[in-house]
Design a protein around this ligand. Sequence first.
Ligand code: ATP
Length: 355
Amino acid sequence: MTALTLCNINKKYDKATIIENLSLAIASGEFIVLVGPSGCGKSTLLRIIAGLETPDGGSLKMGEEDVTHLAAGRRSLSMVFQSYALYPHMTVRENLAFGLKNMNTPGEEIDKRIAQAATMLKLEAMLDRLPQNLSGGQRQRVAIGRSIVQQPELFLFDEPLSNLDASLRVEMRQELQELHHQLRSTMVYVTHDQVEAMTLADRIVVLYKGKIEQVGTPLELYNRPANLFVAAFIGTPKINVLPARWHQNGLLLGDNHFIPLHTRPAGLGDGDNLFMAVRPEHLQPDEQGDITLNVTTKLCELQGDSTLVWCKLGEQDLCLKSFQQLNYSPRSEMTISVNEAHLHFFDGLGKRIPA
Ligand SMILES: Nc1ncnc2c1ncn2[C@@H]1O[C@H](COP(=O)(O)OP(=O)(O)OP(=O)(O)O)[C@@H](O)[C@H]1O
């Protein structure tokens, strides 16, 4: 286990800045998940930590040791890729043993570590098979096993589950959780999958254009997004965002729809522009909430366990998610509601306004 400290990391490709003055302290044993839109620099950051890319500025420490200029092979870490990268002509056992043999680990020790990893990852029955005779999930387990036998202080994962089908992903996600629980190693994990991020992470790092937008526990990000970008990035379907203006004791939404509020968001004065945001699952298809809104339905999407009701408040599109099975015909008038505690407010620059 090791702590990891990134301090003012910069990385450019040609003239384009990919990572900009990025600082992050990762505690020993922590499971950190990096998320962000395609091209925001997640893999680049992981490769910098691995030593596969050199930063143009800044420093990287593992524990107390400055590893900024240490060769990849000399860092006590192991990386698992999306593509598994197994040797096709070697059996599972040989794949697991390969790195250890290169480090001149004694044979007995290799056998012991392979046996432990095989038990942990349920690979015992497959040790003498070639990768071509394994399923995608089993291959991914071998790739993870190859990391485990190295007993690294730090695990790096670059979208390790993205080649697997949906049910296998769920299974592997749970196995990774269990693995972290057993090993208590520091793990840094890149994914596009929100559920993986929310369920695996101790803390999530949201990146955008090479900068950190917010670092926090999954629930901090969901409950108190620091800005509109994070609010819109975390949660499916996306949070509803409505332009608004403070007026006396409430908000004027886009088309002058007034909603009274009990609490004035900090620092707001009459006429100030802001954004009000509300998650689809916090809109209720009834009048029970503190604030009611008269909307016109556009479309109902029945999903079995839930229904998405797409509707319009004036010119503004809204999505409501209900865990009931609902069916409204298009262009029906209905009243929906929300509790004031579920509203988020952001200033004109998209920064959260504390309640
Ligand atoms: N070797 C390279 N040379 C030049 N540009 C690169 C190189 N590697 C990555 N980039 C660019 O750096 C940016 C960040 O890439 P990176 O792979 O880190 O993004 P990402 O967030 O992991 O994206 P994705 O989610 O699509 O995998 C992209 O614009 C990419 O085109």
